[in-house]
Design a protein around this ligand. Structure first.
Ligand SMILES: *Cc1c(COP(=O)(O)O)cnc(C)c1O
Length: 396
């Protein structure tokens, strides 16, 4: 298996990010850059901002686009919303809530965490309890990850909003939708979310390199008071009509061409259809795993069916199974790229991404490649997985 020789046909990219990029997006990016004064460039930027607002379902939040990945968007949110020494509450979802919390601490922010229970979503009752205990309102914000990509668990944002309200706590509600936007239902204004952040390379079907944040009026007022030294990330500077200030320098034009095209594709398909497609594809994957699990060596990592994400599924493997070897066989022999486990789940799960520019035959090809790789590796799995996925597809 020489990883560098050419393999005929398509490779199946089933990481939860970066994801497959549609041809329309690739083509949109194969354009020469524009000069900075070209009004067409302003049009592209405006269309990305408006498109993101529409996708996030917010009327008037300010949208800030950055030449960065998801970690950059985290940094932007921390720098603009929390002064050093202030405190945020990070409900535990797994690797991504842990990483975000560590980044907060690295920037001098105090972090309170709710415990992460493996395979479970955020418990809103625990969040409510911790907010109630914070009678002095030291907690300035709740930083919640919608879908934790490492565990494939999606938490209930409406329930979190109710928990914050029930505690009567004024903390800002800040949500990471890097892995869920464009795959799971989301509505910033209706959910009472003050700040949202995301990145280009997952449900948004673009290459990595663009991050964004959207902030409502309350968050913008907080941003005015925050003392964190910042310049590149600063919403006060970036809230401008001038492209050069919006981006604190030259806009990442090529990626913006791509994002504009990707948003157009989503609106042409219809947002409800996009979500329905993701639900169907996720349920095909789930149907297959339910069959595989009867062999006793692989199973869902997410315990509660309703908390299983429409973007990515983590599959727990029995002790002794070499996940990296399985991934290598899947990628090199069967052209199916899977993700491994992150942080505490390293070596304990593999993950199938099913988000973005993806359809049913791609998912079936992926499932077939995974099953073939399990067979090669001598992993026991129950029969009928592919048939179950096809039946699920046929039911619609
Ligand atoms: C991927 C991901 C990130 C980090 O994004 P990068 O672009 O890798 O920095 C953050 N949060 C969630 C939920 C993610 O899935």
């Amino acid at each position: 298996m020489n990883p560098f020789h050419r393999i005929p046909g398509r490779r199946f990219l089933h990481a939860p990010g970066p994801t497959h990029v549609p041809d329309e997006v690739v083509h949109a990016m194969s354009r020469q850059p524009m000069d900075m004064a070209d009004p067409r460039l302003d049009q592209v930027i405006a269309s990305c901002e408006q498109g993101l607002r529409r996708l996030l379902q917010t009327e008037c939040a300010d949208v800030f686009l950055y030449a960065c990945n998801g970690h950059g968007a985290w940094e932007a949110v921390i720098a603009n919303l929390v002064s050093p020494g202030q405190c945020v509450l990070v409900p535990g979802t797994g690797h991504f809530s842990d990483s975000w919390a560590l980044q907060c601490e690295a920037m001098g922010v105090r972090v309170l965490r709710t415990p992460w229970i493996e395979g479970e979503p955020i418990d809103p009752a625990v969040v409510e309890q911790m907010l109630r205990e914070d009678a002095g309102h030291a907690i300035t914000a709740v930083f919640a990850v919608h879908t934790d990509t490492a565990s494939g668990v999606c938490s209930d944002l409406a329930a979190l909003r109710r928990a914050i309200d029930a505690a009567g706590h004024p903390a800002l509600f800040v949500v990471d939708v890097v892995a869920s936007l464009g795959a799971s239902a989301f509505a910033m204004d209706a959910l009472g979310i003050n700040v949202v952040l995301g990145a280009s390379q997952k449900g948004l079907m673009c290459p990595p390199g663009l991050g964004f944040a959207a902030a409502d009026a309350r968050a913008m007022a907080v941003c005015e008071q925050v003392t964190t030294p910042r310049y590149y990330w600063d919403w006060r500077v970036r809230r401008s009509e001038l492209a050069y200030r919006k981006f604190c320098g030259t806009p990442p034009q090529t990626l913006l061409f791509g994002l504009q095209a990707a948003l157009e594709l989503m609106f042409a398909e219809g947002l409800e259809s996009v979500l329905q497609r993701h639900r169907l594809l996720a349920s095909m994957v789930h149907a297959a795993i339910a069959c595989w699990s009867r062999g006793g060596q692989v199973d869902f990592f997410a315990r509660q069916p309703q908390a299983r994400s429409d973007s990515v599924t983590a599959i727990a493997v029995a002790a002794g199974i070499d996940v990296e070897a399985l991934r290598t066989v899947a990628r090199e022999r069967f052209q199916v790229a899977l993700a491994g486990g992150l942080g505490p789940l390293n070596g304990r799960v593999f993950r199938i991404g099913h988000l973005g520019d993806i359809n049913a035959p791609m998912v079936l090809g992926c499932l077939a490649g995974v099953q073939a790789a399990m067979a090669v590796q001598g992993i026991a799995f129950g029969p009928g997985a592919l048939d179950a996925a096809v039946e699920r597809l046929a039911r619609g």
